[in-house]
Design a protein around this ligand. Structure first.
Ligand code: UD1
Ligand code: MG
Length: 497
């Protein structure tokens, strides 16, 4: 939800780069951390400023990336999104020039530029950037950070008064040092994050005039800063102490580092809100998850997507929940659940697999080695051990015995099993769907329920047990079973002392 007090006219998110170092068939900006793609995080941060317009500039894998960006924008509730196509002219300057071309020609005010592969930039820092830009009447305000190793980054070159004079790209600083012997630019540690607030009219005036006359043969967006100075504009900076905020993900190692860092941030947030995280190192929570106070997350827990956990619930150890709702005080251990709803005070696990459409009522239980799918289970009902329940409805306070199975598939179609309230089913009951069991009915151990069972009835399959005395010694002579049987007989026959 946008919460910003400063509303820029537009945010342009640059996402045309190729990202070859990921060595992936998936475009770099579509790789996920913390439950969102890299560009998803960039769009969420941009959206937090509530800009009038939002533009994403694309080129590499254009259709796939554009489709992804559009679907992320829809999910975030971004109303005004434009996709701009970068042409064969390379460089961040060209990208912004084409991004600007997708906006109204008379656009005024502040245009923010961010990168689609910089996922940890916070709404707070963006707001600080825009607020400083507007309060000081700057032509350009650039977000900077001081790095130990500035390799690859544009260096912030300041004048005698400490104002930003221009940005010199790493490769150009190296070339300068080589040709003049002056390495002072290379030694600058303050770097350009690539995130800026610009005056819209300044961009329109300067971008077309930027040349590709540099070491990389690109149109540098950074040239706008020097041009703004030349026409008398004020160029300033806003710094961030958190260098992770400006870090891009260029390869898998950086992706993993940023993912870990983002997760730490998310966990710290929830701990501040009263969540106990027993082992932050093995607990992963997506940015889209909601937790109440007094939730406990045990080691090895992963919470994904739209998962919500209510107060007092204990999740884990070793539990993965995706798009799942957990009610108050529920206990969910060693469980894998997707699109499930677990009621208040319910108990799930260990070793339990809840598939989409599982709805467990309050105080219900789904125990060890159970798989469920599209099943509504009433309050207080228990499926304690070993079984499968799918395409079914189970009434309140019903007890499903060990090893019960809803046989929902006839080889062609799926069918429903409806079991009433306060039912007691014997171990190894198989429900051959479609079938209905009335309230308060019982089934015997091993029953195969092919026909509806009325309320209060006992369903059995009348096959009585046949016992053939002496069968094993006669038919399996000499086996260990036969010897054991004979030893048992000898004990019975021995005279009692
Ligand atoms: C750029 C900055 C540099 C800064 C660094 C921070 C320029 C000239 N240099 O470096 O000062 O320190 O970012 O990371 O701006 N992109 C496009 N189209 C292009 C080129 C890039 O959309 O033609 C996008 C990329 O997808 C990426 C971002 O712009 O998201 C930055 O591109 P990248 O090549 O990583 O930046 P540098 O040129 O190395
Ligand atoms: Mg580049």
């Amino acid at each position: 939800m946008p919460q910003s007090s400063v509303r820029p006219s537009a945010v342009i998110v640059l996402a045309a780069g190729q990202g070859t170092r990921m060595k992936s068939t998936t475009p770099k900006i579509m790789h996920p951390i913390g439950g969102r793609s890299l560009v998803g995080h960039a769009l969420a941060a941009a959206h937090s400023l509530a800009p009038e317009h939002l533009v994403a500039v694309v080129r590499h894998e254009r259709d796939r990336v554009a489709e992804h960006i559009e679907s992320v924008a829809e999910g975030l509730g971004i109303a005004s999104l434009a996709i701009a196509d970068q042409d064969e002219v390379p460089g961040t300057g060209r990208a912004v020039e084409l991004g600007l071309a997708a906006l109204p020609e008379d656009l005024e005010g502040t245009v923010v530029v961010t990168y689609g592969d910089v996922p940890l930039l916070t709404p707070e820092t963006l707001e600080r950037l825009v607020a400083a830009h507007e309060a000081d009447g700057n032509a350009v305000t650039v977000l900077t950070a001081a790095l130990e190793d500035a390799t690859g980054y544009g260096r912030i070159v300041r004048d005698g008064e400490g104002l930003v004079e221009r940005i010199m790209e790493h490769k150009d600083a190296l070339a300068h040092a080589e040709s003049t012997g002056d390495s002072s630019f290379v030694e600058i540690r303050e770097v350009n994050s690539g995130i800026y607030a610009f005056d819209a009219a300044l961009l329109r005036r300067t971008l077309p005039a930027i040349s590709t006359d540099n070491v990389q043969g690109e149109k540098y967006l950074t040239d706008v800063l020097g041009m703004a100075r030349a026409e008398g504009g004020r160029v300033a900076s806003v710094g961030t102490d958190d260098v992770w905020e400006v870090e891009g993900a260029n390869d898998r190692r950086q992706l993993s580092d940023l993912g870990r860092r983002l997760n730490d941030r998310v966990l710290r947030h929830w701990m501040k809100e009263g969540v106990t995280v027993v082992d932050p190192a093995s607990t992963w929570v997506d940015v889209t998850v909601t937790l109440a106070s007094d939730v406990t997350l045990k080691p090895g827990t992963q919470l994904h997507g739209a998962t919500q956990v209510a107060t007092g619930a204990v999740v884990g150890p070793d539990t993965t929940l995706t798009d799942t709702r957990v009610g108050e005080r529920a206990v969910v251990k060693r469980t894998d659940a997707t699109e499930a709803v677990i009621g208040a005070d319910a108990v799930v696990g260990p070793f339990t697999y809840l598939r989409p459409g599982t709805v467990l009522g309050e105080e219900g239980k789904i125990g060890a080695f159970y798989e469920t799918k599209k099943v509504t289970i009433g309050r207080g009902a228990k499926l304690s051990h070993l079984g499968y329940a799918g395409d079914a409805e189970i009434g309140e306070y019903t007890n499903i015995g060990c090893g019960n199975i809803t046989a929902n598939y006839d080889g062609e179609k799926k069918h429903r099993t409806v079991i009433g309230a306060h039912v007691r089913t014997g171990s190894n009951t198989v429900f051959t769907a479609p079938v209905t069991v009335g309230d308060g009915a019982y089934t015997g151990a091993g029953a195969v329920v092919r026909e509806d069972v009325p309320a209060g009835a006992l369903a059995l399959n009348a096959v009585s047990q046949r016992t053939i005395e002496g069968w094993v010694p006669a038919k399996r002579p000499g086996t260990s079973s036969a010897q054991a049987a004979q030893a048992a007989d000898a004990q019975v026959d021995a005279p009692q002392g």
